[in-house]
Write a protein that binds this ligand. Structure first.
Ligand SMILES: Cc1ncc(COP(=O)(O)O)c(C=O)c1O
Length: 340
């Protein structure tokens, strides 16, 4: 079975398991886990922020950020199919009392004019727009990466309006690779950044929230409240450090394989949008199929893909456990299935 549903399905490698086994650990909640502290420092440097807090998931990192930057009744601007809106179980409303102000997008990005239009303006009757959340790369839009100029203009507008910016950079390293810039370049101008370890980096779980030093104690308090404080989390942090040493440059392999899959399928007319990172969006309506039927047919042929919250769209995602031969196999299966 070739599993292209998402990049979270990877198994820890032998090297990562060895790093986990030899990790030096302590009680993280008490600030006594040296390996977690090392990972937090390393990621803060990588993202150009003063500090970082290790948490169990990118979902929690996003939710902590919202609670830092907004008060109940405030609104959060994000692309309409951002993970924050579609896949965090209503966390912004349930956990932080926030309203969502979605912006419809094609590629997951929006500009300063769209942001301005989404900002609530008026008197006491309007919710205060407190945060804009930027997802980069954007998963449901097909792993698309914000153009730097568009990002910078949008950030300048947010700063001018006194709106905090959270970067959901679960796949920021994919975005940085595609743009050929350091991750800190993309993170510059954001107040907080989520970086996920369990996607292209191949860790079993874990994420970091990078942020200003002054916000760390509040972030740790919210983390505790959400049940995210850990004990001997060095076993997970060791996996993260290993991934930063061994799994960053290889993200290029995932990007090439996604492009190769798109190339195999190019003639079918079902590849939607540009492939920029490790995601290929497949438009089943364009070939007169429904996504559910095609998904089941492909599964029966040994290729797993997943649905995204866009009508008729499926996605195929490359990752650490997918090789060149797997892509050739999957591409040929998809091409054959849709013509049969
Ligand atoms: C863009 C984005 N943000 C956040 C998350 C949440 O990650 P986690 O599974 O670590 O909570 C995901 C997971 O797929 C994601 O794609």
């Amino acid at each position: 079975m070739i599993d292209l549903r998402t990049d979270t399905v990877t198994q820890p490698t032998d090297g990562m398991r060895a790093a986990i086994a030899s990790a030096v650990v302590g009680d993280e909640q008490k600030g006594e886990d040296p390996t977690t502290a090392e990972l937090e420092g390393r990621v803060a440097d990588l993202l150009g922020k003063q500090a970082a807090v290790f948490v169990p998931s990118a979902t929690m990192a996003n939710q902590i950020a919202l609670q830092l930057w907004a008060r109940p009744g405030d609104s959060v601007v994000a692309s309409a199919d951002a993970h924050l809106i579609k896949s965090e179980a209503g966390g912004p409303a349930a956990l932080a009392g926030l309203m969502l102000q979605p912006i419809s997008t094609v590629d997951g990005t929006f500009d300063d004019i769209q942001l301005t239009a989404a900002i609530a303006e008026g008197g006491v009757e309007t919710p205060r727009t407190a945060v804009v959340s930027v997802e980069n790369s954007h998963s449901n839009a097909g792993g698309r990466v914000w153009p730097l100029e568009r990002l910078d203009q949008m950030l300048a507008t947010a700063a001018h309006r006194g709106i905090r910016v959270h970067l959901d950079g679960a796949r920021l390293l994919n975005a940085a690779l595609y743009r050929d810039v350091p991750p800190a370049r993309i993170a510059a101008g954001s107040d907080s950044v989520t970086l996920c370890l369990s996607k292209g980096l191949g860790c079993p779980l874990g994420a970091l929230l990078a942020l200003p030093a002054a916000a760390v104690s509040d972030a740790r308090r919210v983390k505790q409240r959400l049940g995210g404080a850990m004990r001997q989390s060095g076993v997970l942090a060791a996996a993260g450090l290993y991934a930063l040493d061994h799994h960053v440059r290889r993200l290029a392999d995932d990007h090439h394989r996604a492009q190769r899959l798109a190339d195999i399928l190019q003639g079918t007319g079902m590849v939607s949008g540009r492939v920029e990172t490790n995601v290929v969006l497949l438009d089943t309506h364009a070939i007169g199929r429904t996504s559910e039927a095609l998904r089941s047919q492909l599964a029966a042929e040994g290729v797993l893909v997943s649905a995204v919250p866009r009508p008729g769209m499926l996605r195929a995602v490359t990752h650490l456990d997918v090789g060149d031969d797997d892509i050739e196999f999957a591409g040929n299966v998809i091409a054959r299935t849709i013509t049969s």
